[in-house]
Design a binder for this molecule. Structure first.
Ligand code: SAH
Length: 517
């Protein structure tokens, strides 16, 4: 038994320490606060008990005394407890109180420091908290005082001018009072001030002003926010890397199947976007494995194995392994992959890709196969493990050239119950509301079936109400055609028909819009 007091960092889940993450992974019980990123909880063991004890402003789920007792109680059950706190546990986090209580009760504990909001939020807002040219002194205080009580606990006469950079936790509600005290006690009125809300998260908001006008400018800004007072705030003009990322502040819907959404979502998030996963399709097994099993058992009779999707590759090999085979069963069969992602998936099974067209559509696969077989495709046996709803173009054209094509249903794409546990906002009704309110910038489509199912899930009758409120982006011309057939106007289309190509097109498409061209 042991209690780890773990600093979870300021908000961006990537800012936890390696040691902190290890604690989450091994804990039997996780007890966490309001400001802890819930993404981190996904790292917990599936059987771990997860308890929320958050205090949000004055609304307490559990009182501090109860939290202390809970820690002791769980530890005494012989459990490994990770007590997760926002930022650093010992910086305005009552970690010290919890540690003392544990010592008093004879419970072994360790403290794992975290990155505190006063350092990280300014960093993500483009403000280094010290800089040789501006200041070599730094102070961190709490602004959580009750100004009506009379008699401040803080020595404002000293604090106002003691340090170059003064950072105030929990001070937004008291901003007028704080600013008043600083000015009254000698800090120049034109001292730059930044208030950063939800720092290091995709929801980060920064307001910059001076002691004189920040109260007016930050009006309506709700906690949690941190206030930075000092000349270093000026550096934001040059160093604002986080909020200047191309997709910062944009909300983008990803309609791919859940299993495939993560790479795409990560690329968008890296550019600063807020991603809503709204899986419209679900990949399931074929109804009948018979034809696939027969083809796999006579693989050596085929000349070509043609993959037109990552899912096709995955389903094919899963079945091959299921039947007791391995890579050797592909001996003598040449492999073609439609695009780079499909090729990468093939190589994961230690299979070389013999043929990959430069453009990622069926028409180009045909051309490339013709090039590969200068003597003609006549008599070639070609195996194509595909989706149940794949286009018939390629097999038909190959047959016209005298090839013998065996098409297999390797997987089926069905309408997903578009329900993400991860993000409550991705439920169908909520998404539609967000779309109607213009809160979504782009909905992305990565295949014709994502378009069809999106229309079905959102409701054809609702499409007209979305006109002009949201952009629709497509991975390529085939998907675009499907969308247009269903009455969706595609304004962004990838030039290269891949996920990176689509990301690039979205970036460029939105850039154009925001500059008003
Ligand atoms: N232990 C925490 C601080 C807890 S006090 C730490 O080390 O960061 C809670 C206050 O921290 C909030 O009122 C706010 O002032 C600040 N804070 C925490 N997370 C923040 C964030 N992501 N952005 C801005 N301020 C934050």
């Amino acid at each position: 038994m042991k209690v780890y007091l773990v600093g979870a960092g300021p908000g961006d889940p990537g800012l936890i320490t390696v040691k902190g993450l290890e604690c989450i992974k091994k804990a039997d019980v996780i007890i966490y606060d309001y400001l802890v990123s819930e993404d981190l909880l996904k790292e917990a063991r599936p059987e771990a008990e997860i308890i929320y004890v958050g205090k949000q402003g004055s609304r307490h789920t559990l009182e501090q005394e109860e939290i202390n007792q809970l820690l002791v109680e769980k530890a005494k059950e012989g459990k490994v407890v990770a007590r997760l706190k926002g930022g650093d546990p010992y910086v305005f986090g009552r970690g010290g109180e919890e540690a003392l209580y544990l010592v008093e009760k004879g419970i072994p504990f360790e403290e794992v420091p975290g990155i505190t909001a006063a350092i990280a939020a300014p960093a993500y807002a483009g403000i280094p908290v010290t800089h040789r040219t501006y200041t070599s002194t730094l102070g961190m205080i709490t602004g959580h005082e009750d100004p009506t009580k009379g008699g401040s606990a803080l020595p404002w006469d000293k604090l106002a001018t003691a340090v170059g950079t003064l950072i105030v936790y929990m001070g937004v509600k008291n901003l007028p009072y704080l600013v008043g005290e600083l000015i009254k006690n000698g800090r120049p009125k034109d001292t730059p001030v930044a208030v950063i809300r939800w720092g290091t998260t995709i929801g980060q908001e920064t307001v910059v002003g001076t002691l004189e006008d920040i109260v007016e400018k930050a009006k309506g800004l709700e906690p949690p926010a941190i206030t930075v007072v000092g000349e270093v705030v000026r550096l934001r003009d040059k160093l604002n890397w986080f909020e200047n990322r191309p997709l910062f502040g944009r909300t983008i819907v990803v309609t791919r199947a859940r299993d495939q959404a993560s790479d795409f979502a990560r690329e968008l998030e890296e550019l600063g976007a807020r991603v809503i996963e709204f899986p419209t399709i679900q990949i399931i097994d074929p109804e009948d494995f018979g034809p696939m099993d027969r083809a796999i058992k006579e693989l050596d009779t085929f000349h070509w194995l043609v993959f037109t999707s990552v899912n096709g590759v995955e389903s094919f090999f899963k079945r091959l392994f299921h039947l007791g085979g391995d890579a050797r069963w592909l001996r003598g069969v040449k492999v073609c992959a439609i695009g780079p992602a499909t090729a990468r998936e093939v190589r994961r099974y230690s299979i070389k890709v013999d043929c990959q067209p430069s453009k990622y559509v069926a028409e180009e696969v045909l051309e490339e196969l013709k090039r590969q077989e200068p003597a003609g495709l006549k008599g070639n046996r070609i195996l194509m493990p595909r989706a149940d709803i794949a286009r018939s173009f390629l097999p038909e054209e190959l047959q016209k050239l005298g090839a013998e094509v065996v098409e297999l249903v390797a997987y089926r794409t069905v309408l997903a119950e578009a329900f993400s546990q991860k993000i409550p906002g991705s439920r169908k009704e909520t998404l539609l509301e967000k779309l109607k309110k213009g809160e979504v910038d782009v909905v992305t489509f990565t295949s014709s079936s994502t378009v069809r199912n999106f229309v079905e899930l959102v409701g054809k009758e609702n499409l007209a109400t979305l006109d002009g409120k949201v952009c629709f982006a497509s991975i390529g011309p085939i998907t675009t055609r499907t969308a247009q057939g269903l009455g969706l106007k595609i304004t962004i289309e990838a030039k290269e028909y891949t996920i990176p190509g689509l990301v690039k097109a979205v970036k460029e498409g939105l850039g154009v819009r925001s500059s008003g061209v």
